[in-house]
Design a protein around this ligand. Sequence first.
Ligand code: PLP
Ligand code: TYF
Length: 392
Amino acid sequence: MFNSLPQPKPDAIIALMAEYAADPRDTKVDLGVGVYKDDEGRTPVMRAVRKAEERLHAAQTTKTYTKLTGDPAFVKAMQELGLGQATDRMAGAAAPGGTGALRVLFELVSRAKPDAKFHISNPSWPSHEGMLNNMGLSVSKYDYFDAETCGVRFDDMLAYVNGLGADDIVVLHGCCHNPTGANLTDAQWAQLTESAIANGWTPLVDLAYQGMGDGLEEDVTGMRHMASKVQRMMVAQSCSKNFGLYRDRAGCATVICPDVDETKLVQATLASVNRMLYSFAPDHGAALAEIILNDPELRADWEAELTEMRERINGLRDGLAEALRQATNSDRFDFIKEHRGMFSRLGVTPEQVKAMRDEAGIYMVQDSRMNIAGLTEEDLPAFARAAAAAGA
Ligand code: PLP
Ligand code: TYF
């Protein structure tokens, strides 16, 4: 029976990881998959994570099941981190990574409203569309990125969401937009909040990079404003990037409800959804995040290391814009300095992306998305020369 399976379409970003690994050149540069790298190209286990692992190893007496919605202490700590507080209007569940949290929330919506329509940014992280299509749910795209200005087409986005209503779910990136690096301002979050209230659509915020843009608090000011005003909102948090817990699969799904009765119903439904999808969520990474968030010393060290990571990325942004200025004699790459998060798009064609790979061993996603953290200061002049040579 399996021989008649359709050949699955590989994920372009994950396929690129394999192509990079197979490239024998020792000068190659990996700007593909979105994992943080230090200036020696390593993705380290964070200091606080290592210490939390030692504590967990010493203190954990059992690995018996947690709850279907995970350890409540983890969920509470994540809600406080993302939303600033955990309240009795918030239902929540641990999930396998941010992707797991999204999957659980999509499932919750489809149980509540089978004909709900999802709206994602154009462009967005490919798994948004992929997962919704895979579930047979309706998905459309709202205008988001302006390839000319490399900013957000906010007027078009606002006009789009103003045309939505109670059956619509709008997926927003909480910060550090993937793949463009172009983000909403706090004032724009406030305007979207007004639109959600006036038109009745429900926000679903994908928060995968808190702390990687301007700071743990700064990155979520807009989202928290929205959370404080709307009746209902969903948040999918990932611990992959900001805790470096990628393979441990730690994430959290939160649903803000209008009242306590609805919250209880949603909480029970999240447990049921988890049970139908994968039963208990993984707890190892969640336990580490919970230990770090609730221990002042580990938390301070985690925040310090996250700050080092963010400052390295933002320093590279400034350096890259300057190197491109010099190599191309133009200021049109200055947008890289304004963008935040791991990614920006260089703004070149797929042919130019291929030329930079073939000629200089620089690996970017076909849409010219580059993981800024994949660069080192030393790489910048050669990167800029390669971009100029490819016609950027
Ligand atoms: N959402 C976005 C926009 C992402 O870039 C990622 C990155 O991997 C995720 C969600 C989920 O990450 P994970 O499932 O690894 O926690
Ligand atoms: O966008 C990225 O690079 C990360 C990692 O199917 C990722 O979000 C990429 C592709 C994918 C899953 C995760």
